[in-house]
Design a protein around this ligand. Structure first.
Ligand code: ATP
Length: 370
């Protein structure tokens, strides 16, 4: 998949911007705060229906404006065109149109335009809490497994209902009956989610180790998945999982009623990341942590390509400021040999076959100087 063109109105600091990236590497450059990340954010909206920095739709609306719009055109690896338009106004729901057809369910769009990002902020995948690692895993799986996204959404809905029930002050017998029904539903979705995560991580970890090998330290890398519902080295069948998870909730019931929340499940799971058998978060240097993140992203690119028919679009934000020259150029070369890469930097980067886009020049020529 490749982005052919994008047009942005009233999105963050861009009142109006038109941009046609190249086939391979495109370098968007400009001074700090000129709006480089904002362009990647807009591309991410078209691919995955929201931005990557955690900002809400409202945060992305230009201050003082009433509506932002993004119009884009993508070309698939087979040559067909997909047009994606996004419009948001606080007074209305966000609207997304794919080939002029309004999307009723945004989740159906996920996976159509595979996308991998790398931003310095994402180092929290390694150094931050479990939620960051779950997001990494979920973003990857959702892009090739439609069923997973639907299980995840349903799991979240049931979890919310279950937590509301646990924190309600209803009659205990009535609460227990409803709890049983909701627990059964929760277990059904949890089994699907945990099974998909286990499958993903076991093959992702093998691929990651191969990808990491070009790093100067040649360390052995691994990722393992830790489910809060079961601790088994060997993979269980779904039926076995179903029985185990139900039993786990039965044991936890008293505690859950006391603490008024669901204490185990995919929303509490985590990944553990290792270099040479030691946990990265605790023992690796900052440089090794960054290199590991690079390897994870490169693996995600390869993984998504293997599991969907399309080559992912890669968005690299501020890569050069965070990584040493060798690591960043290997990443850029490897990814751009396998698809389109759009990269931001404060200075124009030297290199062959690069399409350049200067935000400052664009502003001058379009009469939007700051
Ligand atoms: N809703 C908004 N309306 C107007 N401006 C905004 C909005 N949200 C953010 N901005 C501003 O947009 C500008 C561009 O931010 P962006 O992160 O895209 O810049 P950047 O070129 O990537 O900067 P850096 O090189 O420092 O990372 C910032 O000055 C930011 O304050």
């Amino acid at each position: 998949m490749r982005l052919k063109s994008i047009g942005i109105e009233n999105f963050r600091n861009h009142r109006h911007l038109e941009f046609d990236p190249g086939q391979r590497i495109t370098n968007i450059y400009g001074c700090n705060g000129s709006g480089k990340t904002s362009i990647l954010e807009a591309i991410h909206y078209c691919a995955l229906t929201k931005g990557f920095s955690g900002n809400s739709d409202r945060d992305c609306l230009m201050f003082g404006e009433e509506v932002f719009t993004i119009r884009s055109s993508f070309e698939s690896d087979q040559g067909s065109e997909t047009k994606v338009a996004v419009a948001y106004a606080p007074s209305k729901e966000k609207r997304i149109l794919v080939n002029e057809q309004e999307l009723q369910i945004f989740s159906r769009h996920i996976g159509l335009i595979p996308c991998v990002t790398f931003t310095p902020r994402e180092l929290v995948i390694i150094t931050g809490g479990p939620a960051e690692r779950r997001r990494f895993m979920d973003t990857a799986i959702c892009q090739y497994d439609r069923k997973y996204l639907s299980d995840l959404l349903q799991y979240r809905r049931v979890l919310q209902q279950r937590n509301a029930l646990l924190s309600s002050y209803g009659d205990l017998a009535a609460v227990e009956t409803s709890l049983e029904v909701l627990t059964d539903q929760l277990v059904t979705h949890a089994v699907e989610i945990v099974a998909a995560r286990e499958r993903f991580i076991s093959s992702f970890s093998v691929m990651l180790d191969e990808v990491y090998r070009w790093q100067p330290d040649c360390a052995k890398s691994a990722i393992t998945y830790h489910s809060s519902l079961h601790h088994h080295e060997t993979q269980l069948s779904k039926k076995e999982m179903q029985a185990q998870f139900s039993e786990r909730y039965r044991v936890l019931k008293k505690q859950e009623l006391l603490r008024r929340q669901t204490l185990a499940g995919p929303h509490r799971d985590d990944l553990q990341l290792y270099l040479n058998g030691r946990e990265i978060r605790k023992f690796a240097s900052q440089g090794q942590q960054r290199a590991f993140l690079v390897a994870m992203k490169m693996t995600m690119h390869a993984y998504l390509h293997e599991h969907s028919d399309e080559m992912p679009v890669t968005l690299l934000d501020d890569l050069f400021s965070e990584l040493d020259a060798k690591v960043s150029s290997v990443m850029l070369e490897t990814l751009s040999s396998k698809g389109q890469v759009i990269i931001t930097s404060t200075e124009k980067r030297d290199g062959n076959d690069i399409t350049y886009f200067s935000i400052d020049e664009y502003r001058k020529t379009s009469g939007q100087e700051r």
